[in-house]
Design a protein around this ligand. Sequence first.
Ligand code: FAD
Ligand code: NAD
Length: 474
Amino acid sequence: METDVTCDVVVIGAGPGGYAAAFRSADLGRRTILVEKASILGGVCLNVGCIPSKALLHAVAVKDAALDLAEHGIRFDAPTVDLERLRGWKSNVVSRLTGGLARMAKMRSVEVWQGHARFVSDRRLEVTDEKGQRRSLGFEQTIVASGSAPIPLPFAPDDDRIWDSSRALELRYVPQRFLIVGGGIIGLEMATVYASLGSKVDVVEMSDGLMPGADRDLVRVWEKRNMARLGSVLRETRVTSMDAREDAVWVTWQDKNGVTGEARPYDAVLVAVGRSPNTRDLGLDAAGLVANAKGFLAVDKQQRTSVPHILAIGDVTGQPMLAHKATHEGHVAAEVAAGLARGFDVRQIPSVAYTDPEVAWCGMTESEAEVRGIPYAKAVFPWLASGRALANDRADGMTKLLFDPDTHRLLGGAIVGVQAGDLIGEVALAVEMGADATDLGRTIHPHPTLVESIGLAAELFEGVCTDLPPARGK
Ligand code: FAD
Ligand code: NAD
């Protein structure tokens, strides 16, 4: 084993940002080494994030849809859940993908080093593998893609009934009384899974609303279906203590007026209060790098940090912490490192909560337009008027488009309903291409589909929609 190697590009971290950067860099003909401290590639997204959560969400969505058919005369026996098989299936999906990555790295001659990377200077890293063996790795450029980790609650005791998202995805058991602290996307996706598997789920959220970032009219549609499935959903409430006793984890919280309720017992507690960047153990000082107060690395449009030959991508660079943003930045960074004229220059980054119903948005949101005082005109197509949504017996949805009132250009859009996460792709493309209401409204969409609702919302804006009653005054 060589102990002192030099290459063109080192990528630190093999998540969706890091592996995309390393593969693109190798495709551009540069000698690239990918350093990953875990023994499996794929980062949070593939191993303990996007993919396992979507596998579980898919399973419970199909189960719930099958049960809903009773309304239409197709009745199944009450389902039994074999947790071990469900767990096994989820792990199989993950390992197919992570195994594929390892093979693709080989095909591209991307060398993978297992180990923890730490800067010893601005041109050299020390990589320590799981046996404690150290190797020195010099580089012309490096791309930091070390990702993020869950933020723990400082007062939470060390107890295996207090979970972070990775633990929740292990699906060890279905707690009867389950508390989720944090009503963000992780909290609500996990609430969807565990409530469907039979837990009584309570949610405690510090701010005045669930699902931060999404417009409130969309969240209300989500709430209509979910409030009856969940136990208590407390907003403007802060958990203040957790006591891990033999019988249960006893939790207390305080409302916005500072009133503390009685302690309540839970069989498991998921803490999903956000994530913080993995920058603490990188030896940033040695490279002349300084993270901001929250630990993120600031970058310019070329993904360069304050040290120009050190680039950074993905969660480590800040919000939004999303896999598709990390991958896009990974391609930009690899191309910039190879000397190409490239920058991160996008009009939108889509967000999706894969709950039931799904909530998705991209470009300008209505709340953002209001806060920033940006003029907009909106069109909302209710799914109650969509033949396909009715045929699916899921008319609980809507498609909202926001337009520039002068140019009629699409500024952004949001969709709540089943498959909203897939549907938002068309809105994303339209925002990116600078499409206007006529482009969308005159595009012939297939019928009967949910994606039609995007064309119909644009027609509504143009005043030419014939699928809804005429606007008053016409
Ligand atoms: P990561 O995926 O965090 O990868 C970083 C890698 O770097 C890790 O493998 C880590 O081991 C390695 N590393 C760290 N430090 C070092 C070091 N010093 N040396 C070597 N290696 C190091 N996003 C979506 O877009 N859609 C979703 O549906 C979605 N679902 C999610 C569900 C859950 C439960 C969670 C937790 C997250 C989800 N996310 C989702 C967010 C998404 O997973 C992240 O935004 C994405 O993984 C970030 O990619 P990354 O490459 O920046 O970092
Ligand atoms: P988040 O920031 O989205 O939500 C955390 C929530 O916890 C917020 O609503 C916040 O107000 C609340 N909170 C914070 N401290 C609290 C406290 N002490 N008590 C009660 N509530 C508290 O974070 P997350 O849900 O942990 O997700 C982390 C990251 O992962 C996000 O950036 C998200 O974008 C990403 N993610 C994305 C997806 C997806 O794209 N489908 C899925 C999961 C996670």
